[in-house]
Design a protein around this ligand. Structure first.
Ligand code: 13P
Length: 250
């Protein structure tokens, strides 16, 4: 059985002080929840969030990283820097990074390798635009994104990472994919992993759905056979909503 994993992606929200305060509150309200709970906070909030999360079941993650170890990359953060802080997960290839910061499937793959090299587990984001869905090329697009993201990763690494299916048209729009739509694509993703690796590996990889997940929609989404939790944006900034979502029970 795969453990459900519910991750909050805070995006560019909260100062370090606000992050600490939020995590202190959240850790009380998610006590005892058995799903894996992650908060992906802005880089500068990581130390304060880690301190605040001590002794809790909340893991702190980063939202991005560079693929190089170090060097002349002004404004970037390396995997080694994140590992040194003590984090376990890093989001890679979010559609906002692809759209506003020119990330490509190739850089997603480079970052995935760099994450593992530094002992970090990537949460790799894929998803189609509305145009791609309407034109009927969603399956090819998703398959291509997954294939390139995973190029030259080992079966052990793939079994250990998380893939987040985030349809671009559902992000921040309040338009959640239906549980059936999300399940269809998460199954496509699992099938690609089975083709590239093995059925066994595909059964191990965890696949999240993201895109306007809220306290009302989480249950039906997470109960689908190929959806192993969620990557939550807006609703992860509210303690009560995120607690309900993270507390999903089969
Ligand atoms: P929303 O939940 O705000 O739609 O954001 C989803 C997302 O992009 C999580 O990474």
């Amino acid at each position: 059985m795969r453990t459900k994993v519910i991750a909050g992606n805070w995006k560019m929200n909260k100062t370090p002080a606000e992050a600490a305060e939020f995590i202190m509150e959240l850790k009380e309200s998610v006590k005892g929840i058995e799903n894996e709970i992650i908060a992906a906070v802005p880089f500068v909030c990581i130390p304060a969030a880690l301190t605040a999360s001590e002794g809790s079941n909340i893991k702190i993650a980063a939202q991005n990283m560079h693929w190089e170890e170090k060097g002349a990359y002004t404004g970037e953060i390396s995997g080694a820097m994140l590992k040194d802080l003590g984090i376990e997960y890093v989001i890679i290839g979010h559609s906002e990074r692809r759209e506003y910061f020119a990330e490509t499937d190739e850089t997603v793959n480079l970052k995935a390798h760099a994450a593992f090299k530094n002992g970090l587990k990537p949460i790799i984001c894929v998803g189609e635009s509305l145009l791609q869905r309407d034109e009927g090329v969603m399956p090819e697009h998703i398959r291509y994104q997954v294939k390139v993201a995973l190029l030259n990763l080992s079966a052990e690494q793939v079994a250990d990472l998380i893939i987040a299916y985030e349809p671009i048209w559902a992000i921040g729009t309040g338009r959640t994919a239906t549980a059936e739509q999300a399940q269809e694509v998460c199954k496509i993703i699992r099938d690609v992993v089975a083709e590239l690796y093995s059925k066994e590996t595909a059964e191990k990889v965890r696949i999240q759905y993201g895109g306007s997940v809220n306290a009302q929609t989480a249950d039906s989404l997470f109960s689908m056979p190929d959806i192993d939790g969620g990557l939550v944006g807006g609703a992860s900034l509210k303690v009560n909503d995120f607690t309900v979502i993270a507390g999903y029970k089969a």
